[in-house]
Design a binder for this molecule. Structure first.
Ligand code: GDP
Length: 357
């Protein structure tokens, strides 16, 4: 117990990336996770970030009532919306992938498509643990839906012929994953998630199976935490630029995901730029309001301090040359030179790795 409590100290939210072939339901799944979490009024409300959605553990526990065990130490999950696989490969954290975990969405009725395979190969290369969301089970003929019910419960209520279709299609996915070098099975039949990929049949439309997916992501984060997944927050902020944006009335801003440490207004930051590292000071940290307003000045809340993992819009001078995928580092003036050197080295490493991909 003491070990669990010790482990929970300063643990940050794992970052989860959702990938998959176009039209297989990536956006719908993220919307469903957001919607389901919002509907759940008793648990902690979800938090909107820049390009990310944070689902707190209390919400996940409520959604997963009856299927989730105890001893959870991670504080929730941060889902990042990455527009395409190119974004995944450019979104780095110290040479690895920015995402700690990933979900590959595949339409259970269509099976693996080129972008599914591409996503899995990228995850393999980055050694990012992932789960497969076998989406659109509600489209299987004869499926009787029960809104937001865990898959294992809803599956038990289905007629035999529907169960058989699910089993057959799941094993088709198992076969494809095997071709790509992964051992896998339906998630409830797996014991060791470090060796096997879990497949979760679900529906982004009815919400069935979404609790199972959230529960499995928490379980996977904890399992890999024991095996060295670095989720402890320490020291000055480290992040990755998602996007450079020019906002009316604000000038250039960078939407950034912080994956470690802390950032405050007034901090000196070094960012990877087009030609050389940019050194600037944080003028404001802006977080989207939950119900987005139309007028820009009402769209964000200013915060003074932020702890990883979190997404935030940074307002600072001289951001014009910042690039998506660039590293961001908070630094003390005394360490400025070494911070600049580290950013330069990171940019160089990323350039070499991108050429190799
Ligand atoms: P994306 O391109 O992967 O982001 O896919 P979308 O989320 O935009 O979904 C593509 C289409 O499939 C949309 O028309 C969705 O409404 C539909 N869709 C997504 N998930 C489901 C599901 O679980 N069941 C059904 N019946 N339709 C779905």
């Amino acid at each position: 117990m003491a070990a669990v409590a010790e482990q929970a100290k300063n643990l940050r939210t794992p970052i989860v990336c959702v990938m998959g072939h176009v039209d297989h339901g990536k956006t719908s799944l993220l919307d469903k996770i957001r919607g389901t979490a919002v509907v759940d009024k008793e648990a902690g409300a979800i938090t909107q970030h820049i390009g990310a959605t944070e689902v707190p553990l209390s919400t996940i526990q409520t959604l997963c009532k009856g299927i989730m065990g105890g001893n959870v130490v991670v504080p929730g999950l941060l889902f990042i919306d990455t527009p395409g696989h190119h974004a995944f490969t450019t979104l780095r954290s110290r040479g690895g992938a920015l995402a700690d975990l990933a979900v590959v969405v595949v339409d259970i009725n269509e099976g693996f498509q080129p972008q599914t395979i591409e996503a899995i190969n990228i995850l393999k290369q980055f050694k990012t643990p992932f789960l497969v969301a076998a989406n659109k089970i509600d489209r299987i003929q004869g499926w009787t839906p029960t809104k937001n019910m865990p898959f294992i419960k809803s599956f038990a209520n289905q007629p035999e012929f529907v169960k058989n279709v699910i089993e057959t299609r799941t094993y088709e996915l198992v076969g494809k994953l095997s071709d790509l070098g992964f051992s896998s099975d339906r998630y409830d039949r797996i014991r060791d998630f470090t060796r096997n990929v879990g497949i979760i049949p679900l529906s982004a439309k009815t919400g069935e199976g979404v609790p199972d997916l959230l529960m499995m992501l928490i379980g996977l984060a904890q399992k890999f935490l024991e095996d060295g997944l670095k989720l402890h927050v320490t020291g000055p902020g480290l992040g990755t630029v998602l996007e450079l944006k020019e906002e009316r009335g604000l000038g250039y801003t960078i939407d950034t995901i912080f994956y470690d440490g802390e950032v405050r207004t007034g901090d000196t930051i070094v960012i990877g730029g087009k030609n050389k590292p940019i050194v600037t000071k944080v003028r404001a940290l802006l977080k989207p309001k939950p119900n987005r307003e139309i007028r820009i000045e009402e769209k964000f809340d200013r915060v003074n301090k932020l702890t990883a993992a979190a997404g935030v819009k940074i307002l600072a001078p001289n951001l014009e040359e910042a690039m998506a995928g660039s590293p961001v580092r908070v630094t003390k003036e005394a360490n400025l030179e070494s911070a600049i050197n580290e950013i330069e080295a990171e940019m160089e490493r990323a350039r070499i790795e991108c050429d190799e991909l």
